[in-house]
Design a protein around this ligand. Structure first.
Ligand code: MN
Length: 134
């Protein structure tokens, strides 16, 4: 994985492991001004459905740095992602993101500043639905 990206994969993402299926890794790049982390997903790893709540502004931007994965908003088809893709996730929209079932995936996660930002973690992505993805 490191051969494919300029960003180190960092440490096992133990703090959020309960909201993920499979192993992810976290490398915090910026804590000041705007929070930016590099998140690496092993093949098959994805996060639960979740919402980045905000009363003004907020949301999340993903910048894909390596591998192949998916982003899906509730009620919509999954969007396949490759290195260089950018995903603007509005605040208050239920979604998940993660690796393809058989490929590594890595993205920068940018927390968009806003008022009263908070994250709400919900149910896992349906296993059969996920495993049917290519
Ligand atoms: Mn998200």
């Amino acid at each position: 994985m490191n051969e494919l990206s300029a960003f180190q994969i960092g440490q096992k993402n133990d703090a959020y492991a309960k909201y993920f299926a499979g192993q992810s890794y976290l490398n915090v790049l910026s804590k000041d001004q705007v929070f930016i982390a590099n998140v690496t997903f092993e093949p098959g790893c994805r996060n639960n459905w979740h919402v980045h709540h905000s009363t003004n502004g907020g949301g999340q931007i993903l910048i894909v740095t390596a591998g192949r994965g998916y982003y899906q908003e509730w009620g919509k088809a999954p969007r396949e992602l490759h290195a260089g893709d950018v995903v603007n996730i509005p605040a208050n929209v239920k979604h998940w993101h993660g690796a393809a079932p058989s490929e590594w995936f890595q993205h920068l996660s940018i927390e968009v500043p806003g008022e009263n930002n908070s994250n709400e973690w919900l149910e896992p992505v349906d296993k059969n639905f996920y495993e049917a993805l290519k």
